[in-house]
Ligand binder design. Structure first.
Ligand SMILES: CC(C)(COP(=O)(O)OP(=O)(O)OC[C@H]1O[C@@H](n2cnc3c(N)ncnc32)[C@H](O)[C@@H]1OP(=O)(O)O)[C@@H](O)C(=O)NCCC(=O)NCCS
Length: 242
């Protein structure tokens, strides 16, 4: 499912089940030594997917351990993103010569718990979600908004090391084209110049799973030029997932 959402030169691997024979490197095993079975399964299967994606790019298998704030650490020659939710684990990986960053997120296609939308959405986004709900059923538009914001964060953070609050990105969804756009709202002077301030991506709703995916071509960042920054980058408060 991820492959349809990303350019052909982004390697994707995914699974809807947890294989019994997943191999973990000792440093990965150490990280989940006390984890509950659900966490062990998602952790192991998504890394099994990551190794398959590495193979597609001609790389040898390698451990994937979290770095700062949980962002996965990849070999310098690649950029990537991992996601897991009930019934889905997926990875997108690309050569860093071709892509500056990728971000993927999976969520169950079901409405969010009462009150969560209000805490993650801007006023314009609340209206947008309401319009989408009136126009088309079959997609949990509130959850899709959440997923897109998570994909933005997973794309942004590895590039910049800077956190974003959920209300730092304004998202609009095209329900017909199954695309989206997101724009970072903070003053550009407070944002790291290492990342883009606007993102575009694709989404899907299939088999009970919502997917959001973004790939930022390396050429796009190289030609965009860094904004002049007169003050230190603002490190925004990290929102929390539920
Ligand atoms: C980090 C976060 C985005 C993960 O999303 P999630 O829906 O909870 O979980 P997913 O299963 O989709 O993704 C988990 C994977 O994300 C990756 N991840 C974790 N922290 C990350 C970070 N800072 N940057 C990039 N990727 C990260 C990891 O690979 C992780 O897998 P692992 O724990 O097995 O190593 C989320 O927990 C979070 O902190 N969100 C708040 C910040 C945010 O989204 N702000 C919105 C800005 S518009």
């Amino acid at each position: 499912m991820l492959t349809k959402l990303l350019p052909a030169n982004v390697a994707t691997a995914e699974s809807t089940t947890d294989p019994a024979d997943v191999f973990l490197y000792p440093e990965e095993e150490f990280l989940i030594r006390n984890a509950v079975p659900k966490r062990r399964l998602e952790f192991g299967t998504v890394r099994w997917c990551a190794r398959r994606a590495m193979g597609m790019l001609g790389l040898p298998p390698a451990p994937v351990v979290p770095g700062r704030r949980g962002a996965p650490q990849w070999a310098p020659s690649v950029v990537g993103s991992m996601t897991h939710c009930a019934g889905f684990r997926g990875v997108a990986l690309a050569h860093s010569a071709e892509f500056a960053s990728v971000g993927v997120d999976a969520e169950p296609n079901a409405p969010m718990p009462e009150g969560v939308l209000d805490s993650i959405a801007l006023p314009q986004e609340l209206l947008h979600v309401r319009e989408l709900e009136e126009a088309a059923s079959g997609v949990a538009w509130d959850r899709l908004l959440f997923s897109i914001k998570e994909a933005v964060y997973k794309t942004w953070f590895p590039l910049t090391g800077q956190e974003l609050d959920f209300t730092d990105a304004l998202v609009s969804v095209d329900p017909d084209e199954q695309t989206f756009r997101a724009r970072l709202l903070p003053d550009p002077e407070t944002l790291s110049p290492a990342g883009p301030t606007a993102f575009s991506g694709r989404w899907s709703a299939e088999n009970g799973v919502l997917l959001s995916a973004i790939a930022v071509p390396a050429a796009r960042l190289a030609t965009a030029g860094a904004p002049v920054r007169r003050s230190a980058p603002r490190i925004c408060r990290a929102g929390s997932a539920f």
